[in-house]
Ligand binder design. Structure first.
Ligand SMILES: Nc1ncnc2c1ncn2[C@@H]1O[C@H](COP(=O)(O)OP(=O)(O)OP(=O)(O)O)[C@@H](O)[C@H]1O
Ligand SMILES: [Mg+2]
Length: 246
């Protein structure tokens, strides 16, 4: 399916090379009143181009904290984080905004679609914000949405969609700026198992066929079959890492 897309994509390296994500002593402490709450602490890891990493761990172990840092939505308290050559610890606000729009695509458990925009408009939005011409964004979004099986839903509002359809719209939105890295936080958390399987297979296809680096935080085992690496978090630290790639 992806092969038939006419969208001209950036060349992604097919060979694994230097890490695309690197964390050194990465720490995020939340301050609430007088108390400090550990999000993640002293984390070190590398993720290579073309990996599909599954982040696991109990509720509160730090998965969303880590994903938010990698997405440039939040800043570390200390330590270093470099994503696609950009040092996010020291990036200016302007750099972070550009990074969020152009380098990463983010998929959330609760879809986070704009309720007053239809499917096509939701998928276009980050493209328009990044400066794409309206016609370009619209035709790109329409192609992604067709690949995602939403060709007949372009003018529907989120409230008129099933959960699976909403999440597929969110995937189109995440792809509109052709990001090298797709980050998904519990993307199947609000879906039944069949729709969850579809969403995971789409993310795996992005990884395998388009060489996108994909990181999925999930409680579910659905993504395990596609993982090149599994990182386990416990109390904000990496407790185990399993490499599955050959
Ligand atoms: N904005 C915040 N303010 C204060 N504490 C926070 C904040 N966000 C997360 N935390 C705390 O940081 C720790 C890690 O939370 P995080 O959301 O990263 O866990 P998680 O692994 O994603 O959990 P879940 O599986 O439930 O989504 C938890 O103790 C949580 O309460
Ligand atoms: Mg979470």
């Amino acid at each position: 399916m992806l092969d038939q897309l006419k969208i001209k994509r950036k060349q992604m390296p097919s060979q694994k090379m230097q890490p695309v994500i690197r964390a050194d002593n990465l720490t995020r402490i939340y301050s609430l009143g007088d108390s400090d709450i550990v999000g993640i602490q002293q984390i070190n890891f590398e993720i290579e181009h073309g990996d599909l990493v599954v982040l696991k761990g109990e509720s509160g172990s730090g998965k969303s904290t880590l994903l938010s840092l990698m997405a440039g939505l939040d800043r570390p308290t200390s330590g270093e984080l470099t994503v696609a050559g950009q040092n996010l610890t020291r990036a200016s606000d302007t750099d972070l905004t550009r990074f969020r729009r152009e380098v990463v695509g983010m998929v959330f458990q609760s879809f986070n679609l704009m309720p007053t925009l239809n499917v096509l408009e939701n998928a276009c939005l980050p493209g328009l914000l990044a400066g794409q011409a309206f016609d370009v964004a619209r035709s790109r979004a329409a192609e992604y949405l067709e690949w995602l099986g939403l060709k007949d839903r372009l003018t529907h509002l989120p409230a008129q969609l099933s959960g699976g359809e909403m999440q597929r719209t969110a995937i189109a939105r995440a792809l509109i700026n052709d990001p090298a890295i797709v980050l998904a936080d519990e993307p199947t958390g609000n879906l039944d198992s069949r729709n969850g399987q579809v969403v995971i297979e789409l993310l795996a296809e992005l990884n395998r066929k388009w060489k996108r680096t994909v990181v999925i935080a999930t409680h579910s085992a659905l993504a395990d079959a596609f993982a090149t690496s599994q990182i386990y978090l416990k109390d904000g630290k990496i407790s185990n890492r399993i490499e599955v790639k050959g």
